[in-house]
Structures are given as C-alpha cells and as structure tokens.
Design a protein around this ligand. Structure first.
Ligand SMILES: CC(C)(COP(=O)(O)OP(=O)(O)OC[C@H]1O[C@@H](n2cnc3c(N)ncnc32)[C@H](O)[C@@H]1OP(=O)(O)O)[C@@H](O)C(=O)NCCC(=O)NCCS
Length: 180
C-alpha cells in the first residue's frame, strides 16, 4: 500500500485491484455515478476489478501532481471513497479535482478534509490552480468545493450534453479556509 498523505481521520493511498468489492459500493452506486461525467456506473465487481487494473496501469504515465487515490479511514483502513487530480478534458493543461464517497459516509466532512489536504499537496507539487467540474443541481459537490475555498468561475461548454459548473481553487483561496 503506497500512502500519499493522511489527515486526522483519513488516509489517501493508491488503489489496488483487491479493492474491487468495496469500490463497487462507491462507483456502482446510482447516487454517486449519476453525477460523474467521466465514468459510467460500474455494474459488477468484475468490471470494477478491470477499471482498477486500468487505473493501476495508467499510474506510471501520469504527470507529476496528478493521480487517482483511494480514501480510507485512518483508524480501520476502511475504504470509503475516491479522489483524483486529472487533466481536464478541455483544455488539457488544467487539472480537475474530483471526489466520490460511498453514500453511507456522506455528511461527516470526510471529503472536505481530504480534498483540502490533497489540494495543499498539489500546490506543493507545482500546480498553481485546480478546477472542479460540477453537474448542475449537484448541490453536495458544489458545497464541498466551496468548503475548501473554491470559487465559482463560470460554466463549461457543453460536455456530455450538459454545461458543467466550473469552480477554481488557488493557493490563497485554500489558505483562507484555515484547515491543517
Ligand atoms: C460530493 C460528495 C463527495 C460530498 O459528500 P459530503 O459528505 O457531503 O462531503 P463533505 O466532506 O464536504 O461533508 C460535508 C457534510 O458533512 C458535514 N460535516 C460533519 N463534520 C464535518 C466537518 N468536520 N467538516 C466539514 N463538514 C462536516 C457537513 O455539515 C456536511 O453535511 P450536510 O451537507 O448534511 O450539512 C458526495 O456527495 C458524493 O460522493 N457525491 C457523488 C459523487 C459526486 O457528485 N462527486 C463530485 C463530482 S465533481
């Protein structure tokens, strides 16, 4: 298990194909997948296993400061979510932060906590700004973006048939949210 960082309650680590069964509770759940613009709902553990193998294979080619990580509870190791920093579809030079949590863990501040820490890490690794692309009416995702200090900067062009809300984070915005 390769740890990227940890916070008081959470630990970010690389994904493993052995996470498939638990990861399905995240990426196989309608309440999560309906909001994702870059991944269809995963129907079963075998498909989840293939996706995790693909993510593993892609890891070594990813640009510094980008990647996909599993979000786990620090005390028990339980896998609760995923978070990524990936090149945006358009324009490719920008980096998108995206986060997903199994619904049974919503409402505890877990993603606010790790997204803040991951953004801090990204800015230490030469990124100068991050973006989140949030589907219209995805109030929880927008609220999380604002909690870590992101600012709404406009709408994207049509992407998969819809205009996404674009949020931006810069180091000064992050500093204003006063987390550790
Ligand atoms: C987006 C998503 C990760 C947000 O989950 P979340 O648990 O609401 O996220 P946060 O970590 O920001 O938690 C905030 C909630 O925890 C509560 N909370 C409890 N303790 C907290 C703490 N220490 N710090 C902050 N919030 C805390 C907040 O009050 C808030 O709950 P509320 O909305 O019921 O008032 C989740 O809804 C999800 O996976 N959605 C589907 C996928 C998705 O839309 N991804 C985004 C694509 S851009």
């Amino acid at each position: 298990m390769v740890e990227l960082l940890h916070t008081d309650r959470l630990l970010l680590r690389d994904w493993s194909a052995t996470d498939a069964q638990t990861a399905l509770k995240i990426y196989g759940h309608d309440d999560v997948s309906r909001w994702l613009h870059d991944l269809d709902r995963i129907p079963d553990a075998a498909t989840m296993h293939s996706v995790l193998q693909r993510w593993d294979a892609e890891r070594s080619d990813m640009a510094p400061g980008t990647g996909r990580w599993a979000v786990t509870l620090r005390d028990s190791g339980t896998l609760v979510g995923g978070i990524s920093l990936l090149p945006m579809p358009v324009p490719e030079a920008d980096v998108e932060i995206s986060y997903q949590l199994a619904p049974e863990y919503w409402g505890r501040g877990y993603i606010t906590e790790v997204a803040w820490a991951l953004a801090h890490w990204a800015f230490q690794h030469s990124l100068v700004e991050l973006f989140a692309l949030v589907a219209p009416h995805n109030m929880r995702a927008a609220a999380t973006a604002r909690r870590i200090g992101m600012e709404w900067v406009g709408e994207s062009g049509k992407y998969h048939g819809t205009h996404l809300q674009v949020f931006r984070l810069r180091p000064d915005d992050l500093a204003r949210t006063h987390q550790k």
